[in-house]
Design a binder for this molecule. Structure first.
Ligand code: ATP
Length: 293
């Protein structure tokens, strides 16, 4: 896979985001987040962690109580039309017009965008088996979701935000969808962020994963790096403190055990191996999700 240099300015930058719903606790609590050109980021978090709230805040659809959001270098509340056209969004619940046919819907959206890739639309419509002239209300849930994705890919956004895009897709549909997302990044160095619960999908591609917990992004890194670098150590609290210092490791989660012992999930510096004689458990993505969200 081609890696784009991550030196460009961020496609999305959130700083100090604070957001609570009326009478509710903070959903986003001092959250900082950066998405760079050329990144495909899977946003992970438990039900109710605030993924939808975060993606809506990123897009300027919700105003935070504090903090600021910049998209493609502009304040999200003051995006000009040209910048707005560079952003694509697939919401969790389809906003398609049920009375339209796919052809009518796509023609309608095409009129808003300076860029529109007809060949891509035609290719995806035929590959994903969506008939252009059938009323949208007669499509299945998965077909509607595919149409929503086609609509968002058609104008070739530089920043594409998808909220649970694969929820009603079958495994073949999910594979195809992921291939398209990666294609977007490889072809154009776009930024793609999507929330998901389906961890196995993330393991297919060298995605970045971001863990949302307690109102913040607890960790974001390329998944393959995390799987190489994160391990679980068990020992007495003093042994663990000494070990973390010796390995220059970053503790991510400490779980107290009986008799003054603890389990520490920690990230080792790149290229650092665990010395012989130290008891260590490797972790997989399921473990990371369970421990970090
Ligand atoms: N419009 C709203 N008014 C009040 N509370 C809300 C509203 N929308 C969401 N919440 C609350 O905010 C929290 C975060 O919800 P959100 O939908 O952002 O989470 P999520 O991570 O997307 O969840 P899921 O994985 O279940 O889709 C939840 O506790 C939810 O009940």
């Amino acid at each position: 896979m081609t890696h784009f240099p991550h030196t460009d300015s961020p496609s999305a930058e959130l700083k100090g985001i604070q957001l609570a719903y009326p009478k509710g606790p903070a959903v986003l609590n001092g959250l900082d987040w950066q998405l760079l050109p050329g990144q495909v980021v899977g946003l992970l978090g438990r039900n109710g962690a605030g993924k939808t709230t975060l993606l809506e805040t990123l897009l300027g659809l919700r105003e935070p109580d504090a903090g600021r959001v910049h998209l493609l270098g502009q304040d999200v509340q003051h995006l000009d039309d040209a910048t707005r056209a560079r952003i694509g969004y697939v919401p969790q619940h389809s906003d398609l017009f049920e009375g339209f046919t796919p052809a009518q819907l796509l023609a309608y959206f095409k009129s808003f965008y300076p860029r529109w890739n007809d060949a891509k639309v035609e290719g995806l419509m035929s590959r994903w088996d969506i008939r252009a002239e059938q009323p949208i209300r007669k499509l299945s849930g998965g077909q509607k979701q595919r149409l929503s994705i086609i609509r968002a890919l058609a104008h070739e956004p530089d920043l594409l935000v998808l909220d649970e895009p694969v929820a009603s897709l079958d495994p073949a549909g999910r594979r195809d969808f992921l291939r398209e997302l990666v294609g977007e990044v490889l072809d154009r160095g776009a930024t793609v962020v999507f929330s998901t619960h389906i961890l196995s999908d993330l393991e297919r591609v060298a995605f970045n994963v971001a863990f949302l917990t307690q109102g913040r992004i607890a960790l974001q890194a390329p998944l393959d790096e995390l799987l190489d670098q994160v391990c679980a150590f068990t020992g007495s609290v003093t042994e663990m403190a000494a070990l973390m210092a010796r390995l220059n490791a970053q503790p991510l989660k400490r779980t107290p055990l009986e008799a003054g012992r603890e389990r520490v999930l920690a990230r080792l510096p790149a290229g650092e191996a665990v010395p012989g004689g130290v008891a260590v458990d490797p972790v997989n993505l399921d473990d990371l999700f369970a421990e970090l969200t």
